[in-house]
Design a protein. Structure first.
Length: 208
């Protein structure tokens, strides 16, 4: 599906999934049971970060960023090619988004939720992407009981397609036709292991 530029007010936020090697043999720790928790408190390299971005014209992007806290380079990789001077970025107060906005010379409105600030100027907020985050997590957790981290980007693509086509009167037909148009799908599938290892730079010996 086409990746159009983000125009006008554009919300971006990060959400996190506990790393999962569902279906793969681990040599470094016992397998987690469903609903397990990380060994470390807070956000750590046991979490996979996902950057969710949407503008008010329904343009959408979901990208696996890597392990742990999101960095400026992760945001650049996820949406750097899709912003322009017409983009007005709304995000939380994380310094990485501020640096990204400065580097790309775009207007930026940080929302300080930690200070109980939820809306600025009556129009700047991140409520839309927070809603998308919530629907995404419910879909992943309850529909599939979680997914392996190396396949997470594929599920994000699936979810994005569902969001784009949710108002279609012939959803199944249009979803199928668009899937069949992707002639590079098989090649990308064959590269999943290599792409994931490169993305997260796995520090541990894990058999994928």
């Amino acid at each position: 599906m086409g990746k159009e530029p983000f125009k006008g007010i554009t919300e971006s936020d990060d959400t996190f999934f506990l790393e999962s090697y569902k279906g793969h043999k681990l040599e470094v720790r016992p397998p987690r049971r469903r609903g397990g928790t990380a060994q470390k408190r807070g956000i750590s390299n046991e979490h996979v970060a996902v950057i969710v971005t949407a503008d008010r014209n329904a343009e959408l992007g979901l990208t696996v960023a890597g392990l742990g806290r999101v960095r400026k380079v992760d945001i650049e990789r996820a949406i750097g090619q899709r912003v322009s001077k017409e983009t007005i970025l709304c995000s939380d107060g994380h310094v990485s988004y501020k640096g990204f906005a400065i580097d790309n010379c775009i207007e930026h409105h940080p929302i300080r939720v930690d200070l109980k600030q939820f809306v600025k100027g009556k129009i700047y907020h991140i409520q839309h992407v927070n809603s998308i985050d919530s629907r995404l997590k419910k879909w992943i957790d309850y529909q599939f009981s979680g997914v392996s981290s190396k396949y997470l980007q594929n599920y994000l693509n699936w979810f994005e397609a569902r969001e784009r086509l949710k108002n279609s009167k012939e959803f199944l037909k249009e979803f199928t036709n668009r899937s069949l148009e992707d002639i590079m799908a098989l090649e990308r599938y064959r590269q999943i292991n290599q792409s994931f290892e490169k993305l997260v730079k796995l520090p541990r010996k894990i058999k994928l």
